[in-house]
Ligand binder design. Structure first.
Ligand code: GGG
Length: 355
């Protein structure tokens, strides 16, 4: 009997509708070559759904997703629907309800990719950002009072629990242990943010005692951003809160050539719930509908999904196809200095994986 994996597919908005089909094309090629089956359940939930029904997904949406082994998502957000409404109507509930508390975002300069840092080589930009994914600054605690009056005020609490902080730090230390350099950097801001960030630092120091082999350092987020640009070679694994991790994992791929290639995995490490795989980029309304967006972030996210599902050989084959395509001057989209379309890149990668 062939191995079967149940995948919930949500293209979402904008370029998600263009990148997801290319992701599926490559996943299909991998499944044929490596002898497993993907049972796909398609969900067209998006900002259009919101416009029609007042909800980003149906009431039983999360129950439907619960039936899957993994979720393959494109992008969320479209002009006309406030960004916080679309995000909190789809992406955030999935991350929270399925306890996907790690957002793992590899950042690598691939051979053949153009980096704005012209003097950098691929060996010098190769790190992971581990982003806390269920709490922190992305909290639903807060409110607005005296709306529309001169006394109007708004608060938003950042929520850092011991369980939440410790478990993502442990994941990051464990990941650092698997890397040759065994180095972990913590993103903080404990000079200006006086309760949550010192607490993060305290838990980081406590966790470090359990990992004497891991070399650690920490930087305030502002100078850390500068170091990402000026010294990307310093980094191996970087761990940060929900907001800091989000910012760093856009900056990292930009330094490595294009946010269009950046993948991410929203992981429930205990595998009690489905994990979700999505490119780092958003729905990009400015280029949506033109079929010029880069599908590599989506396709690489598919490789991360296969690895999570135990299909390591297939995942490696997809990553190798991406590396070869860029190194050998294969079709590339505008963001990477080429003029190929989204489908050209997807087809080239699917053919390479099928070989
Ligand atoms: N690829 C998923 C997507 O649309 N991301 C856009 C975004 O703004 N995400 C916010 C987040 O990851 O917290």
């Amino acid at each position: 009997m062939a191995r079967r994996h149940r995948i919930a597919v949500i293209p979402g908005d904008g370029i998600g509708k263009e990148t997801v089909p290319e992701g599926l094309r490559v996943l299909d090629a991998a499944a044929r070559r490596f002898g497993f089956e993907l049972d796909l359940a398609h969900y067209d939930w998006s900002c259009e759904t919101y416009a029609q029904t007042g909800r980003m997904m149906p009431e039983d949406g999360l129950d439907r997703l619960r039936e899957s082994d993994s979720i393959f998502l494109g992008a969320v957000g479209w002009p006309g629907v406030p960004d916080h409404v679309s995000l909190w109507g789809l992406l955030i509930p999935i991350r929270r309800v399925f306890d996907q508390y790690v957002n793992l975002r590899p950042c690598r300069l691939l051979p053949g990719a153009r980096t704005p840092l012209a003097d950098r080589t691929p060996a010098e930009i190769d790190f992971y950002v581990v982003r806390e994914n269920t709490e922190g600054e992305y909290s639903s605690s807060g409110g607005r009072m005296f709306a529309g009056t001169e006394r109007e005020f708004v608060t938003q609490d950042a929520v850092f629990t011991r369980v939440g902080v410790d478990r993502v730090l442990k994941y990051a230390f464990d990941l650092a242990m698997t890397r040759p350099r065994k180095k972990l950097t913590s993103a903080t801001k404990s000079n200006g943010i006086t309760f949550t960030m010192p607490y993060w630092d305290e838990r980081f120091a406590e966790m470090a005692k359990r990992y004497p082999e891991v070399k650690t350092d920490q930087f305030h987020i502002d100078i850390l951003c500068a170091h990402f640009v000026q010294h990307p070679d310093w980094f191996d694994v970087v761990v940060g809160s929900n907001l800091f991790g989000d910012i760093l994992s856009d900056l990292g791929p930009a330094v490595a050539g294009s946010i269009g290639i950046a993948p991410s995995a929203n992981i429930n490490p205990e595998k009690k719930h489905p994990s979700m795989f999505e490119p780092v980029h958003g729905s990009a309304p400015d280029i949506a509908g033109k079929w010029i967006c880069n599908p590599i972030g989506q396709i690489w996210s598919g490789a991360m999904m296969l690895e999570h599902l135990g299909e390591k050989d297939a995942a490696d084959a997809i990553l190798k196809a991406i590396e070869d395509l860029l190194a050998e001057g294969g079709p590339r989209t505008r963001d990477m200095g080429g003029n190929a379309g989204t489908v050209d890149v997807g087809k080239a990668l699917a053919e390479a994986v099928a070989r």
